[in-house]
Design a protein around this ligand. Structure first.
Ligand SMILES: [Zn+2]
Ligand SMILES: [Zn+2]
Length: 126
């Protein structure tokens, strides 16, 4: 299958029973449905198995813009995380798949966890 950003190197990856996504062998970008990313966010260490590309590769391919969804052949919309405005993702308006460059999922997940920890520390003061 074609990677939206580079070569026809997209392969299906699974983790456990219920996580399934596609990853590019060249740029290590991840293509997954929105709910799948949420699941990955709750899975312990999911990023170390799935998001294996280095952030520097991700940065390089982050510059590739105006990509099309591999499955639907329609232009993907750019979305930005409201809490982490440096992370841009591409989202397919038709199938709800999201494309993340290498390193971006780890970045998102790390931030969510540190927010949780901040919340915990706050709670202790009361
Ligand atoms: Zn790629
Ligand atoms: Zn699509």
């Amino acid at each position: 299958m074609d990677c939206p950003k580079c070569a026809p190197e997209l392969e299906t990856k699974t983790l456990g029973d219920d996580i399934k996504l596609e990853r590019c062998r060249t740029c290590f970008g991840l293509l997954a449905k929105g709910f799948m990313l949420e699941k990955m966010g709750t899975e312990f260490m999911a990023e170390t198995f799935l998001d294996i590309g280095s952030a520097s590769i991700g940065k390089k391919f982050d510059k590739v813009e105006d990509i099309q969804c591999t499955h639907c052949k329609v232009d993907m919309d750019k979305i930005v995380d409201p809490h982490q405005t440096h992370i841009w993702m591409e989202c397919c308006p038709s199938c709800d798949r999201i494309f993340l460059d290498a390193g971006e999922f780890s970045d998102l997940k790390y931030e969510t966890f540190s927010d949780k920890i901040k919340g915990l520390l706050k709670g202790r003061r009361h």
